[in-house]
Design a protein around this ligand. Structure first.
Ligand SMILES: Nc1ncnc2c1ncn2[C@@H]1O[C@H](COP(=O)(O)OP(=O)(O)OP(=O)(O)O)[C@@H](O)[C@H]1O
Ligand SMILES: [Mg+2]
Length: 395
């Protein structure tokens, strides 16, 4: 059977006090404790090196060491062994300091009866075990965190390299085809150059979306926010996309008040969100359908909506569409796409401190809405000024 008696090392130079402790321990049950007494710190440190000690009872005033230094030296010699400091009535403050620095407990000499002493030592041992367990858990958590950070740093580096490797040749293809277009003026070669340019631009946009997703996941997207007139932005986007809707036989309606408060936003990123939603509306609405681009003020937020008269989406399919690569089964074969648009919208809107959601019913069209907080800057942009209401130039 395992020996359950505790090895107690008493470091105490006063023979009277040492004797008292021995007597008190004998009163508990002499078989429960094996007491070894030394009267100098140096001898105590030697004992700690040579034998198994379960708990130390430590007097801080010894012939070869005084005060808190006594505790510090014992603690650094055997940090794994619980220490109960023995103190006189007049140096309790010192004992409290020792507890603050890592002692498990302290006892006032002459005040501790057998039960108190036994309880204190057992409590010290248990407390030390709990501390060690906590320390282990903390270390484990720290290691995992460091591994995670190293992994993220690796991916950040990789993404940076990827941006460079993909974008550098593509930029030169776009620039060269643009130059060709301006040189060729007319004829079949111009058509080829235009195709080349359009293809490269589409590829560039796709690469940007993929890179944005990777950057967003790694927290690498920095917004560049300014007070933004959403009315002007929505009019400009609608104008740019009018041809795309017309070529699909759809009509685009604008339901935007002439005046709305400015919002703190990154114009390019917000435009990306609106364009993505409009592209979806265009793609998933049949010929003859109507798409409405709407903006409204709703308390402390501004809401932009894209409503269509398209196929609509079943309720239990709606939520997952904002996760990357999720497309409706029915659209996978039929229509091109990667399933990135809505997840990018969600990421960009939440970087602005807003939300994105959908209201739709199968067969009855869909409304995608997103909100941007008013009078509030996205995190990291807090030092700039808020914008006032703005009279749109399109009035
Ligand atoms: N307005 C809409 N009406 C009906 N279904 C839609 C609408 N918008 C999105 N969806 C559904 O949600 C899916 C995800 O949309 P998302 O924009 O993320 O991807 P995608 O348009 O398929 O591809 P990508 O945007 O990468 O070109 C779409 O494939 C489609 O099934
Ligand atoms: Mg899309």
């Amino acid at each position: 059977m395992e020996d359950e008696s505790l090895n107690v090392l008493l470091i105490e130079d006063n023979p009277g006090d040492a004797l008292l402790i021995r007597k008190v321990l004998d009163e508990v049950d002499s078989a429960s404790f094996r007491l070894e007494t030394v009267d100098r710190l140096s001898t105590g440190l030697g004992e700690l090196n040579g034998r198994k000690v379960d708990v130390i009872l430590l007097d801080l005033s010894l012939p070869d060491s005084q005060g808190i230094d006594t505790f510090v030296r014992v603690y650094s010699e055997a940090p794994e062994v619980p220490i109960v400091v023995l103190t006189g009535l007049d140096d309790e403050t010192l004992a409290v300091e020792a507890v603050r620095q890592g002692a498990q407990d302290y006892l006032v000499k002459g005040r501790a009866d057998s039960n108190v002493l036994a309880r204190s030592m057992r409590y010290a041992i248990e407390r030390k075990r709990v501390e060690e367990r906590l320390q282990e858990l903390y270390e484990k958590e720290r290691r995992l965190r460091e591994e995670r950070e190293a992994e993220i740093n690796k991916r950040v580096e990789f993404t940076r390299a990827l941006v460079h490797e993909l974008k550098t040749p593509l930029t030169s293809v776009m620039a060269s085809s643009e130059l060709l277009m301006s040189e060729l003026k007319a004829g079949p070669l111009l058509k080829l150059a235009e195709n080349l340019y359009r293809g490269a631009c589409n590829l560039n946009r796709r690469i940007d979306e993929l890179l944005d997703l990777a950057r967003g996941e790694l927290g690498m997207i920095q917004l560049s926010c300014k007070p933004l007139d959403i009315v002007r932005l929505l009019h400009a986007v609608a104008e740019d996309m009018a041809l795309a809707f017309a070529s699909h036989g759809q009509s685009l309606r604008l339901d935007v008040p002439s005046r709305l408060p400015l919002v703190w936003a990154d114009e390019e990123r917000l435009e990306q969100v609106v364009v993505n939603l409009l592209n979806n509306a265009c793609k998933f609405t049949p010929e003859g359908g109507t798409i409405t681009l709407r903006a409204l003020e709703d308390g402390a937020r501004l809401i932009v909506e894209v409503e269509d008269t398209g196929s609509g989406i079943d309720e239990n399919e709606q939520k997952r569409l904002f996760d990357p690569y999720n497309r409706l089964e029915s659209d996978r074969e039929r229509l091109s796409g990667l399933g990135l648009g809505l997840s990018l919208c969600k990421m960009l809107v939440s970087l602005h401190g807003g939300d994105i959601w959908i209201k739709s019913r199968k067969g009855s069209g869909s409304t995608f809405s997103f909100s941007i907080p008013l009078n509030r800057m996205p995190q990291g942009q807090e030092n700039a000024e808020t914008g006032d209401a703005y009279e749109s130039a399109d009035d």
